[in-house]
Design a protein around this ligand. Structure first.
Ligand SMILES: C[S@@+](CC[C@H](N)C(=O)[O-])C[C@H]1O[C@@H](n2cnc3c(N)ncnc32)[C@H](O)[C@@H]1O
Length: 196
């Protein structure tokens, strides 16, 4: 779930319950999304004992590092849906079309604050299911430049593996392409056909 930015676009129309392992992220989410029920827990294991109309794990799904992680997460989503319930994920990268390195950047400003963001994503070993992403933030404020880095280990799987494991968890899978700011991205949308 993270700081809940994506969630903030949904809370006007939907009642939401959100999960994250990080207490700091939950604090940020609480500020942006007051009134949302929050749980500090792991998406691979959490069992709330309730069913929902939909489960959305957008980019946080990239922190699943093995097929076992993915399978446990998909089973968790299935355990929280009735038959016909919707499960949406947005993997950032597929091994199939990842050449080993991708660099993306953009600059945004608001008032006197300017932020440039560089994402350096690379895969040293295509035979395993992990890759690494270095995030660098160049923050210019009041005539001073501050630079922050963050290093994340994320999962990298073939598209067929995502689809295979979603099906194994009981979902019928349909891809949906979304385009925003001139950039297209695939979501994998599952409809639960075999509630556990
Ligand atoms: C990149 S952030 C998501 C940002 C989000 N898309 C937003 O709009 O704010 C990814 C989040 O996934 C969380 N996360 C990673 N592994 C998790 C797990 N196993 N269970 C629950 N949350 C997890 C991290 O703590 C982090 O806050």
């Amino acid at each position: 779930m993270g700081a809940g930015h994506n969630l903030s676009y949904l809370t006007g129309e939907f009642a939401a319950t959100a999960v994250d392992t990080s207490p700091e992220m939950l604090q940020l989410c609480k500020k942006i999304n007051p009134g949302v029920e929050l749980h500090q827990d792991d998406m691979r294991d959490i069992r709330l004992g309730r069913k929902f109309d939909a489960v959305l794990i957008h980019d946080a799904i990239v922190y699943m590092l093995s097929e076992d992680d993915l399978m446990r997460t998909f089973a968790t989503a299935a355990a929280h849906l009735e038959n016909g319930g919707i499960f949406i994920i947005g993997p950032d990268y597929y091994l199939d079309n990842f050449s080993g390195l991708r660099v993306e950047y953009c600059t945004r400003s608001e008032g006197a604050l300017e932020l440039t963001y560089v994402e350096y994503a690379y895969d040293l070993d295509p035979s395993d299911t992990i890759m690494e992403i270095i995030f660098s933030f160049f923050i210019r404020e009041q005539g001073r430049l501050r630079i922050e880095h963050d290093r994340h280990i994320t999962g990298l799987f073939r598209r067929a593996s995502w689809v295979k494991l979603m099906k194994k968890a009981g979902f019928r899978v349909e891809p949906r392409i979304i385009t925003a700011g001139g950039v297209s991205h695939e979501l994998l949308v599952g409809t639960l056909s075999k509630a556990p």
